[in-house]
Design a protein around this ligand. Structure first.
Ligand SMILES: Nc1nc2c(c(=O)[nH]1)N[C@H]1C(S)=C(S)[C@@H](COP(=O)(O)O)O[C@H]1N2
Ligand SMILES: [Mo]
Length: 528
């Protein structure tokens, strides 16, 4: 009993400290948010610390996070940072009951960590980026120092009567509430100002009028979309298109002020293009299926869209660039985004006649912000991390020997053509389909090589040809279906594809890192 009551006393003594700590932390973040809205929204402490954490996350952990949390991985990361901060704020609050200065100094240490992270971000806006973290931490430290002074410590309560102690408690509550209200106000004001700064970009996107393509995409062949319940939509609506990037705050770029610079090794006529320059050129429209290297066998990180843009090879030739096969000095094209991401593609692939492009339109509308507005790069046949730079602002011609882009520095392959894959969309794993014939169906892809054949195997039976939907193009996925004559009980359904060069998809299992997953997709289902 005694230990329980001691625990309770400790708790009730510590509680005001914990509250003070949490309030100080909240104030620090709210003020930082307000300052960031004035300096640069991307310089907020949670964003910069989160970004630094993403950059330093080992490949295995990143893979785990994508597998486990999917596209919610960034929210989970931010919640994790906030939870950690809350815990440390409670500790600092309790410490400051006895050592007010140490508590306040502790808050400043966090400010310093945030400021350091802000300075080392690749998209750092310079010295001003430290302001959100530093001003936030200073305010938080002051709040903690003052609130801790208002907590009735045993020392200050001794020798005073009960009325005094309760006044002190009331004083603490008043100060704490006032802090909470002021901090909430600062945070809300910051949010509002940040929202306003994004409005210019939103207005510039709303004002974009996409011209008709000089070279339209041929219409999708009739039947490219199979009428099978549960199969993927051939064209992925923009709102359902998978999103993979490292941006904690989606960049909102104003098309009116956007510029793209093309320069580097073997570029005799470097040039800078505006958005207007691009859309005034003859545009191509193409059907291209985009795939992420982090897609597991059977995974969801693939999508198909009809893109509108400028042929990238034309721009490069205008600047005097030659492919290596024609004596060009650069073999790697490094694309850089406004948020400092770098992606490297082989110059040879970009200039070999395929429809590599700088896209401005996606499925009939300007690029959504999530997918790279105002301009992104696409190279059919290459995984996104070596080609599909969103929010692009710089293209530098260099060599693979001279420079490793972001993911290559993190042990992913320098070159990564998309591996041949087939996926069973229906039936779903562990489904219990009924009926004598069940339609097994899905998609297969080998961008820039095309799909020539898809086969299905039931348990350990023979491979049987699936029915192929018409091929929309070499750079798109292809749908397939197979009428499966069922026998009651559990069965393993496996699929494999053959690409346009006659290569049968390998059975060999590979992990996503370093250059994409391989192996056959199979699902276990129970027929009724
Ligand atoms: N600026 C920027 N561009 C980027 C990335 C990124 O993190 N930042 N991720 C790449 C990766 S890994 C992929 S798979 C594609 C995904 O494009 P999407 O989000 O439009 O589907 O974008 C690529 N372009
Ligand atoms: Mo990716």
């Amino acid at each position: 009993m005694r230990s329980v009551s001691t625990f309770r006393t400790t708790l009730s003594r510590g509680a005001p400290g914990a509250v003070a700590g949490l309030l100080a932390g909240f104030t620090a973040l709210a003020v930082a948010e307000l300052v960031a809205s004035l300096v640069r929204p991307q310089a907020g402490p949670v964003t910069v610390v989160g970004g630094a954490a993403i950059d330093r996350t080992p490949a295995a952990l990143k893979d785990y996070a994508i597998r486990t949390f999917g596209e919610n991985d960034k929210i989970v990361l931010q919640l994790g940072i906030l939870a950690t901060l809350a815990l440390l704020a409670v500790v600092l609050g309790i410490v400051s009951l006895r050592h007010r200065r140490s508590g306040a100094a502790g808050v400043m240490v966090f400010g310093a960590v945030g400021a350091a992270a802000a300075l080392t971000r690749p998209d750092s806006g310079g010295a001003a980026d430290v302001l959100p973290s530093l001003v936030g931490a200073l305010t938080g430290a002051a709040v903690l120092y003052l609130l801790a002074g208002r907590c009735s410590s045993p020392a200050s309560a001794s020798g005073t009567d009960r009325a005094d102690a309760s006044w002190s408690r009331r004083g603490f509550l008043v100060a704490a509430s006032a802090t909470a209200v002021a901090a909430t106000g600062a945070g809300a004001l910051g949010r509002m100002l940040t929202g306003r700064s994004g409005k210019g970009a939103a207005a510039s996107r709303a004002a974009v009028l996409l011209p008709a393509p000089a070279s339209p995409a041929p219409p999708l062949p009739a039947g490219a979309q199979l009428k099978v319940a549960g199969i993927s939509s051939f064209t992925t609506p923009n709102k359902d298109f998978y999103r993979v990037d490292t941006a904690l705050v989606v960049p909102t770029v104003d098309a009116a002020t956007w510029r793209l610079r093309i320069h580097g090794k073997g570029v005799p006529r470097p040039r800078t293009y505006t958005f207007q320059d691009l859309v005034e050129r003859p545009l191509i429209e193409r059907d291209i299926t985009l795939t992420c290297v982090s897609n597991e066998v059977g995974g969801p990180y693939i999508g198909h869209a009809r893109w509108l843009g400028v042929r990238l090879a034309d721009l490069l030739r205008e600047c005097g660039v030659k492919p290596p096969s024609d004596g060009g000095a650069a073999d790697q094209l490094v694309a850089r985004s406004v948020d400092g991401m770098t992606l490297g593609s082989p110059v040879e692939d970009v200039m070999d006649g395929r429809d590599a492009m700088l896209a401005v339109g996606m499925n009939g509308e300007p690029l959504p912000f999530d997918h790279g507005f105002p301009v992104r790069m696409l190279v059919p046949g290459l995984y996104g991390y070596v080609s599909a730079c969103k929010w692009i602002e710089d293209i530098e011609l260099t060599t693979f020997d001279a420079y490793d882009p972001y993911w290559v520095k993190r042990k992913w392959a320098r070159k990564a053509p998309i591996k041949t894959q087939a996926r069973i969309d229906t039936p779903k794993p562990f489904a219990r389909p009924a009926g004598p014939v069940v339609t097994v169906a899905g998609v297969a892809w080998a961008q820039h090589r095309g799909i020539d054949r898809v086969e299905v195997r039931i348990d350990d039976g023979p491979w049987q040809d699936a029915d192929l939907a018409p091929q929309a193009g070499l750079d798109t996925w292809r749908q397939w279906s197979f009428p499966w004559k069922t026998t009651p009980g559990g069965h393993n359904l496996t699929v494999r594809a053959t690409d346009g060069t006659g290569q049968v998809q390998t059975e060999e299992r590979a992990r996503t890192i370093p250059d994409g997953a391989s192996g056959w997709h199979s699902v276990f289902v129970t027929a009724g």
